[in-house]
Design a binder for this molecule. Structure first.
Ligand SMILES: Nc1nc2c(ncn2[C@@H]2O[C@H](COP(=O)(O)OP(=O)(O)OP(=O)(O)O)[C@@H](O)[C@H]2O)c(=O)[nH]1
Ligand SMILES: [Zn+2]
Length: 292
């Protein structure tokens, strides 16, 4: 049977087989020999050893579409980056750091601002002004009042999505809204895999519906140090990359160079000063990290 690894702990892998449930599996020795370590998100072949106890053995890992290093996961289609529109107020530097990491891993982003119920239309407009030019799909939700949950569900359908966002923005509340009540099996698996304080050390996939998974991971929820050459940074701000050709100097870093089109666009308001500020801050941080 074919399934997907939804969780791995201490040599055991939990493999979800659509229509049959979750099997606890060990990998057969053969894997280790070719150095292929099973990852959450892997599509695998299993043979069932005990149907009643839901125990199996993993015999093959199918080729991966992609592979994330931190957190370790395979076959991730997209990222859902969740921040609160307010309470806590969005920390733009942190948010932009998440976006940079996703760009770097080449993972398409959906940007979600939750707690839409406690902000004004002007607040929503202000966030749209900052992130509209990035091109990321923007969804404003309220887990509390169930606003735009259907739109979010549609955006996740048929995909494996990694969930990212700081504490307190409503990730758990959204996940609860996304799990279909009617689908007992789905609800059961999701409950078994319980999201919460003690589960934060391992990446795991929640089944949202047929072929739709949400990956909850500790690795994407905290402020992390970015470690790459500062010249790379500009490529990870999509709305900057668009103007790059128009800068006077080839390879312009959009910092102090004269004739910089990106800075001009910031002044005109086509690029948000909030985004540009994050860029400057991250750039400075990367500059400080000299490697010898
Ligand atoms: N007003 C409002 N409050 C919300 C909404 N969603 C969540 N909350 C509240 O925000 C607080 C945090 O929600 P959680 O769902 O626990 O947030 P989280 O992102 O999972 O937080 P961690 O588990 O710490 O990562 C709770 O008190 C929720 O009731 C919303 O859409 N509107
Ligand atoms: Zn420039």
């Amino acid at each position: 049977m074919q399934g997907k690894i939804v969780k791995g702990i201490a040599g055991f892998y939990y493999v979800d087989v659509v229509g049959s449930g979750v099997y606890e599996c060990k990998a057969k020795g053969g894997f280790r020999r070719d150095g292929k370590k099973p990852l959450v998100g892997d599509n695998v072949e299993i043979c069932v050893l005990d149907e009643d106890r839901k125990v199996g053995s993993m015999t093959e890992i199918f080729p991966r579409k992609n592979q994330l290093i931190r957190p370790a996961a395979a076959n991730v289609d997209q990222a859902l980056v969740v921040f609160a529109a307010a309470r806590p107020k969005p920390h733009f530097n942190l948010l932009d750091r998440f976006l940079v990491r996703m760009e770097r891993e080449k993972i398409p982003v959906i940007l979600c601002f939750n707690k839409e119920d406690i902000v004004t239309e002007e607040d929503v407009k202000a966030l749209e002004d900052i992130y509209g030019a990035t091109g990321y799909p923007l969804i404003f939700t309220s887990a509390k009042e169930e606003t735009n949950i259907e739109i979010l569900k549609r955006a996740l359908r048929g995909k494996t999505t990694v969930l990212a966002g700081p504490s307190g923005v409503g990730k758990s509340s959204l996940v609860n809204r996304l799990i279909p009540e009617a689908d007992m099996e789905t609800g059961e698996i999701s409950r078994k895999i319980e999201r919460g304080k003690h589960t934060t050390r391992h990446s795991q996939l929640f089944l949202l519906g047929q072929d739709s998974y949400l990956m909850d991971t500790p690795g994407f929820s905290s402020l992390s140090v970015l470690d790459f050459e500062k010249e790379e940074l500009k490529a990870y701000f999509p709305e900057f990359a668009r103007w790059e050709e128009a800068c006077r100097f080839h390879g312009c870093d959009h910092i102090h160079e004269p004739g910089c089109k990106v800075k001009e666009k910031v002044e005109e308001g086509a690029i948000s000063p909030v985004r540009y500020k994050s860029y400057q801050e991250i750039y400075e941080e990367l500059r400080g990290k000299r490697r010898y």
